[in-house]
Design a protein around this ligand. Structure first.
Ligand SMILES: [Zn+2]
Length: 268
């Protein structure tokens, strides 16, 4: 059976050869798939906008034995997620989710849990969820699924759960209380507010601006520490956040909306 069918989210796509496009797809049933859409850059291409990042399609794929690359024979859009691509700031956060998925998943390895996590997070943002909160929680969960230890809730040395001046040790993925924070190894200070904010994230997608910044920084540093490089999407996100104050105002409005809808919309 080399004809395959699965729902999938476009992770990235780029031009290839004479009018073709390479598309990286996270499918629910087959895992991450690299596929080629032939002639998809031609004006009357049957694929239309279905190969844009973040689009959810029902894909029809054909794969020859022992080939790494599948051929996309059909893509019926289930969800265009256009709303996530129109606002650069929202798109920048989504791009970080997509790049993280691309880095942390391998081809031919089904990850239905990661698919559901990504699909659910994108739906949450489409529904007006607080974008940084959804993104950071997504990355926490993704890193955990990928086998990284990240524990912000209990000091491994003494079991303390209420932290004062804690330090995060990325090598262990643990947060140590002040008393045990002088141990060897790379560590970063965090405010005591952060563990509480992370805990709150798993109940609802709303966190303070200060905690957003701190959690974002720790995740960015952690990714750089683990992967040895800064992700392209993080550079992109930082540029957007620094430059576009106007979008910042829009998000403020969204955030206010979210505060009111938060109680009706508990996190999954
Ligand atoms: Zn301790």
């Amino acid at each position: 059976m080399y004809l395959q069918r699965s729902k999938g989210i476009v992770i990235k796509s780029y031009d290839f050869g004479e009018g073709h496009r390479i598309v990286i797809i996270l499918t629910r049933r087959l895992g991450k798939v690299r596929a080629v859409a032939k002639g998809s850059r031609r004006i009357k291409s049957k694929f239309g906008a279905s190969l844009e990042p973040l689009t959810v399609n029902e894909f029809m794929l054909y794969r020859k034995p022992k080939r790494e690359l599948s051929i996309i024979t059909g893509a019926n859009t289930v969800r265009s997620n256009l709303i996530l691509r129109e606002d650069m700031r929202i798109y920048a956060y989504c791009a970080l989710m997509l790049e993280s998925v691309d880095i942390l998943t391998t081809q031919d390895n089904p990850h239905p849990g990661v698919y559901d996590l990504l699909a659910g997070s994108l739906e949450e943002i489409s529904a007006g969820g607080q974008v940084p909160a959804v993104t950071w929680l997504f990355i926490f969960k993704l890193l955990k699924v990928a086998g990284y230890r990240l524990d912000f809730f209990e000091c491994p040395a003494c079991g303390r759960k209420d932290f004062k001046k804690p330090r995060f040790f990325p090598g262990e993925g643990s947060l140590y209380c002040r008393r045990y924070s002088h141990r060897k190894g790379v560590s970063w200070p965090l405010s005591a507010e952060v563990p509480a904010a992370i805990k709150k994230l798993s109940i609802e997608y709303v966190i303070s601006k200060k905690a957003q910044g701190e959690i974002g920084n720790i995740i960015k540093k952690f990714i750089k520490y683990e992967f040895g490089k800064k992700l392209k999407s993080i550079n992109f996100l930082e540029r957007i956040l620094n430059e576009d104050k106007r979008v910042d105002m829009n998000l403020k409005v969204m955030k206010e909306k979210n505060v009111f809808s938060g109680t009706d919309n508990p996190a999954k």
